[in-house]
Design a protein. Structure first.
Length: 278
């Protein structure tokens, strides 16, 4: 069997790749990570050229609206999402659940069919812990720090390094991870914050170069707002995050303000004039 995986370029995507790669270890397993904003274009080009070579095509952890679903719907396709969404599927298989990560969802799906090693289970636990942002284990933060500092090929390097499961980080890797948090703390101490509201929901926005997740969570935790907006002028990208207790629709914000998308708790897209006017 020939299997291809498309997944998001984050830690959950890394662990999803490793999980599926181990499950399909007897198959020809290929994969590619992609920023979700580029998915539709890259997938369409790949599908027209390469899809005939594969029996199963997994699309994991990439936010998809109905318009994109209609274009990629195919009997070979298996869509995996950690958000329960109202989507109409005709040919594809949809595996979705409100759960803390796609990694955990894939583990639940295959744990009775595949004997996961102790080290693989550890990796799944640690990356799920980070993706849920509960941060109950020190390893989840260490892995994130190392991932953020591992350069342009970090996704593929991480997949190769942890293919057999979690392994203790070396002294040099621990130092690299620690440097990420030093840089993050320095940036957090010097943020300029801007306060406002959107459809009655309180907002704090800032310009930042670092990780949108960490900066947004720090703002949400420390300032009691409902929505955090992180604008990165280097990447020309804007990120929307919300307090878990808020009813704000940040997916709609991303769609309405910058023609973007995402999930209910994490959305964004490239900066455009409409967003700058806002």
């Amino acid at each position: 069997m020939n299997v291809f995986l498309w997944t998001n370029c984050d830690l959950d995507g890394v662990a999803s790749t490793i999980t599926l790669g181990n499950v399909f270890y007897k198959s020809n397993f290929d994969y590619q990570c992609v920023f979700f904003g580029d998915f539709e274009k890259k997938y369409t080009e790949w599908f027209n050229e390469k899809s005939k070579e594969y029996d199963k095509i997994f699309i994991v952890g990439i936010p998809l609206n109905q318009s994109v679903i209609n274009k990629i719907d195919d009997s070979k396709v298996i869509i995996v999402s950690d958000k329960k969404e109202d989507l109409t599927i005709y040919e594809s298989t949809l595996i979705h659940e409100d759960i803390t990560s796609c990694t955990k969802l894939l583990y639940k799906k295959f744990k009775d069919k595949f004997d996961f090693s102790a080290d693989l289970k550890k990796l799944i636990i640690f990356i799920d812990d980070y993706n849920s942002y509960e941060l109950k284990t020190k390893e989840s933060k260490l892995l994130n720090g190392l991932f953020r500092k591992s350069g342009n090929n970090r996704f593929y390097n991480f997949v190769n390094k942890f293919w057999s499961g979690y392994q203790e980080l070396s002294e040099s890797e621990l130092k690299l991870s620690a440097s990420f948090y030093r840089d993050l703390n320095s940036e957090l101490e010097n943020l300029c914050l801007y306060q406002g509201e959107y459809k009655g929901h309180s907002i704090i926005a800032t310009f930042a170069k670092g990780s949108a997740n960490e900066i947004a969570n720090s703002i949400l935790d420390n300032y009691g707002c409902e929505i955090a907006i992180i604008v990165n002028m280097n990447t020309q990208f804007v990120s929307f995050r919300k307090n878990k207790n808020s009813s704000a629709d940040i997916k709609f914000m991303a769609e309405n303000l910058c023609n973007g998308g995402g999930s209910l708790n994490s959305s964004g897209w490239k900066i455009n004039q409409k967003f700058m006017d806002f």
